[in-house]
Design a protein around this ligand. Structure first.
Ligand SMILES: [Zn+2]
Length: 690
């Protein structure tokens, strides 16, 4: 690629070790010039394709589009990873500026009439093109994505749709930045030993490290990172402190003033309803689901409602048990949301003789990372080689090379495991570079993926091992499952690479991977005590397994209520969505559902980033449960084979699920792996709710 004037070549050509960008020579200020050059360069390429005097062919139109925009792809690849994992004021200011610009850029492409008429001509005549299955799928996906983006609308509707998209992009960025600000500013600093009553040493260490990171000379910080707030709510004996911390946690995004997400939600819901109507759909949920495995809101509701009734009944039984424990402890109060985790922990201890703190000494972050690698080695024959001293965007980031069975480089994997104030909460996988096999100017062999897992584990003090909870370990396996979906991708075209699949299919590779954390082969070898090196005792595992069935009512109520509220917001028509008060609407939906008062939504509306920080999981939070049906059933294939690592089943899993990206229809891909589609029974059984 020719150097564009003013563009730092470290952004346009990745010349660092292992094909990474040379992060040392990239300044935050460089991105503005890079985007300023990349956007018009991409549009010029698109115009050349649209105005090509030759008739449209798959090669001169679809493949040319797949190749176009390399500078934009490279700049975006670095920039969006940084805004998530290592943001600062400069990057955030540019992020706000870019959100509407990029939206306009996308509209300029999808609403380019000359371009769409070429795509449409190919699509209408696709039987005559003699395409292979993957190319055929790319053409179909491209055509559909243009139609869904408004390619067939009349010019005035297109103008309105472009304006809506632009505003939605601004709203999503502001929503996300507000949450990050609320999270990074908050810390409840505890000072006396009285304040620490009930808390295990490992949590106290993590809170000390968090206090130091936030420049508190003394004390212990309760932050809103899940790795700290959840164990704090579980272990702290101080009901007053639990209440304070819990209320801060659930109030993210809801503070009056400049960072208030509530008006942003109201406007987002209204604009999404209008957008869906412009595109000819009853509601935004109908629009979104039309391009998923679930297909309709009715199918989604059927699954969620099946779960809701069972989960709520189970949660009522659990609440009764917690009330008994509160009374036994000599208190006279109802179960409040800041009590639930605490007494659920006690109930587990009482009923199953199990305390989460007993497990933690066996769960060393380093060993669990090894376990995730080892599982991939056993299932797929790949291996991981660590590269020390490679500079990335932050010193905490580790760099690995993934090698296929034949020793060839399959991917680069970055592990960014620790919380810091510049990082969004939660855990995710994303890519700097995605796998494909197209030739691009300077690179004629396609490209290997560069994948990152970002997590928010609490650091241990220097010299001590980082111990994590079972939930943290599951999160690590979950995100590594997504990472494998990117790393094992084996397709020709970028637009269907890796995780570019239907939203309700994308959680299958990740949730399925969690199953291998708790198989005996993994735990015996990797869940070893950090002092003695002894494997976790079988009796402790048995008690943990039994205890896992407890609190499934709570977990499913937390999740399903959020998914149902998401569906409710996005099932409104434009008239219903106008002038909505998001908190009143949320309260109304929860009242209709008879939401238990002792349980809060897993993500309340003002910080429901899955749904409101962008389009991603809007009318799509259900996807975890939909994929849950798939993963529960998919793991049964290994159980039926009598071996959690059965090679024949693993080979099919790699081929149809982890490697095929979006090259197959998700239903077809699942059937190719399993021979049939699943029913929800396996999930209900797994959750103990059958
Ligand atoms: Zn996931």
């Amino acid at each position: 690629m020719a150097a564009k004037s003013g563009v730092n070549p470290a952004i346009s050509l990745w010349t660092g070790p292992l094909g990474l960008p040379d992060f040392a020579t990239i300044d935050d200020g460089d991105f503005e010039a890079a985007f300023a050059a990349a956007l018009p360069a991409h549009l010029a390429e698109i115009d050349a394709i649209a105005n090509n005097a030759e008739d449209a062919t798959f090669e001169n139109t679809i493949v040319a589009m797949e190749r176009a925009g390399e500078l934009l792809t490279r700049t975006s690849g670095i920039f969006w990873n940084l805004t998530g994992a290592n943001a600062n004021k400069t990057l955030q200011a540019l992020e706000r500026k870019l959100a509407p610009e990029l939206s306009r850029h996308r509209s300029a492409i999808t609403m380019n009439r000359a371009l769409f008429s070429r795509i449409d001509a190919l699509y209408q005549n696709k039987e005559t093109l003699d395409l292979d299955a993957e190319a055929d799928r790319v053409l179909e996906r491209k055509w559909k994505s243009f139609v869904r983006a408004g390619a067939k609308l009349n010019p005035s509707d297109q103008t309105r749709l472009a304006a809506i998209n632009e505003r939605l992009a601004e709203l999503g960025t502001a929503f996300s930045q507000n949450i990050l600000a609320d999270e990074s500013e908050y810390a409840l600093v505890l000072e006396t030993s009285d304040d620490l009553a009930g808390m295990p040493d490992s949590l106290i260490s993590s809170m000390r490290a968090a206090a130091v990171e936030r420049s508190h000379k003394d004390g212990y910080a309760v932050t809103l990172s899940r790795s700290i707030i959840e164990p704090f709510l579980t272990f702290s004996e101080r009901r007053d402190l639990r209440e304070t911390a819990f209320k801060a946690w659930v109030a993210r995004g809801e503070s009056a003033g400049a960072r208030d997400n509530r008006p942003l939600v109201a406007e987002t819901v209204k604009l999404r309803a209008e957008k869906a109507a412009l595109l000819g759909y009853e509601s935004f949920a109908h629009f979104k689901l039309d391009d998923t495995m679930a297909k309709t809101p009715e199918n989604v509701r059927a699954l969620l409602e099946t779960m809701w009734g069972k989960a709520r009944d189970r949660a009522a039984e659990e609440a009764a048990e917690l009330s008994r424990l509160i009374a036994e402890a000599g208190y006279n109060h109802d179960v409040a949301p800041w009590d639930w985790r605490h007494y659920a922990g006690k109930a587990r201890a009482a009923r199953y003789d199990f305390n989460e703190a007993e497990i933690k000494p066996y769960l060393q972050l380093e060993k669990i990372i090894e376990a995730a690698f080892h599982t991939a080695e056993t299932l797929f024959g790949i291996s991981f080689r660590k590269h020390d001293g490679v500079q990335t965007y932050h010193p905490d980031v580790r760099v690995f090379e993934a090698l296929d069975a034949n020793g060839e480089r399959l991917a680069i994997f970055l592990g960014d495991y620790f919380a810091r104030p510049s990082k969004r909460s939660g855990a995710w996988m994303s890519e700097f570079q995605e796998q494909h096999k197209l030739s691009l100017g300077h690179n004629n062999v396609g490209q290997t993926p560069i994948v990152v897992n970002v997590m928010n584990f609490a650091k241990a003090p220097p010299g001590e091992p980082v111990l994590i909870t079972m939930d943290d370990a599951k999160t690590l396996f979950h995100e590594f499952g997504h990472a494998l979906h990117g790393m094992l991708s084996d397709v020709t075209y970028p637009s269907i690479s890796g995780t570019s699949v239907s939203r309700d299919f994308v959680e299958l590779p990740s949730q399925l991977y969690e199953h291998w954390l708790t198989v005996p082969e993994t735990l015996q070898r990797f869940a070893v005590h950090h002092h003695t090196g002894e494997a976790i005792p079988q009796v402790l595992l048995d008690r943990m397994r039994a205890a896992e069935k407890f609190n499934k009512g709570f977990a499913n109520v937390e999740f399903t209520s959020s998914a149902l509220v998401d569906m409710a917001f996005h099932s409104l028509d434009p008239e219903q969505a106008a002038n909505i008060d998001p908190m009143a609407f949320q309260a109304k939906i929860l009242a209709e559902l008879q939401m238990p008062s002792a349980i809060a939504m897993r993500h309340a509306t003002p910080h429901f980033a899955h749904v409101f920080s962008g389009d991603g999981y809007s009318a799509g939070y259900y996807s975890y449960m939909w994929s849950g049906v798939l993963d529960a059933d998919a793991f049964k294939a290994f159980e039926e084979a009598g071996d959690s690592f059965d090679t024949t089943t693993a080979a099919k899993l790699r081929r149809y699920i982890y490697s095929s990206g979006g090259s197959m229809d998700p239903e077809d891909a699942y059937k190719a792996f399993r021979g049939r589609l699943p029913s929800p029974d396996a999930l209900l059984e797994k959750e103990g709710l059958a």
